[in-house]
Design a binder for this molecule. Structure first.
Ligand code: SF4
Ligand code: SF4
Length: 194
């Protein structure tokens, strides 16, 4: 394994707070994954790629954006490997290195806007998030119909209490949340520049 590969493996382990070499490839994580049937590379193979230094290949996989972070894999692992955390780390690396699977460009946009929304409001403001994401989507593919594509879902979600037009109870100290975000981003920046 090259020095760059070793550094990337160490980076994944640090971000995920786990040791990938603890994995003995039993396959329990993939067997329990509710998204395994649509993934191009299942959780077990993703971990194997990271173990062997192929972090960039793992970060290019569509699976990292198909994962819904349900944590089933991490819960089932007999070796307590934080697979879900590894997938989070791979998402981070794929965005930083701009190697995310192209088909998931909008998912990447959503992820970024979701985090910006929490940084701004201290918690998610769903209406603001939907509007911002739709505008970003519109700007990215210049298709006004795309902005209306999910419109029929709005009322259904609203009546099932899955979409809230009013923000929830306000966060008392938004500045603290902002400082947490800023500190994490500054630390990450200094780590990736080292
Ligand atoms: S469940 Fe744990 S030990 Fe088994 S393959 Fe998945 S990560 Fe490896
Ligand atoms: S966290 Fe992701 S990879 Fe793990 S079981 Fe859930 S969907 Fe599958």
């Amino acid at each position: 394994m090259s020095e760059t590969q070793s550094q990337l493996v160490a980076d994944v382990e640090k971000l995920a707070h786990t040791q990938v070499n603890d994995c003995y490839q039993c396959g329990k994580c993939t067997a329990g994954c509710p998204r395994g049937d649509v993934m191009d590379i299942g959780p077990t193979r993703l971990i194997r790629l990271v173990q062997t230094g192929e972090v960039l290949e793992a970060a290019r996989a569509e699976s990292v954006w198909q994962c819904v972070s349900c944590l089933t894999c991490s819960t089932r692992c007999p070796k307590s490997v934080n697979i879900s955390g590894v997938i989070d780390a791979l998402r981070q690396i794929s965005v930083e290195k701009r190697i995310s699977a192209k088909r998931f460009n909008k998912t990447v946009l959503f992820q970024k806007e979701f985090l910006r929304n929490i940084r701004r409001n201290g918690r998610t403001n769903e209406l603001e998030l939907v509007v911002a994401w739709k505008l970003l989507g519109l700007a990215s593919d210049l298709n006004p119909l795309a902005a209306l594509r999910d419109a029929q879902l709005g009322p259904k979600m609203f009546f099932r209490h899955k979409l809230h037009f009013m923000p929830g109870s306000p966060v008392k100290d938004k500045a603290v949340v902002r400082r947490i975000f800023d500190r994490c981003m500054a630390e990450r920046k200094s780590e990736t520049e080292e």
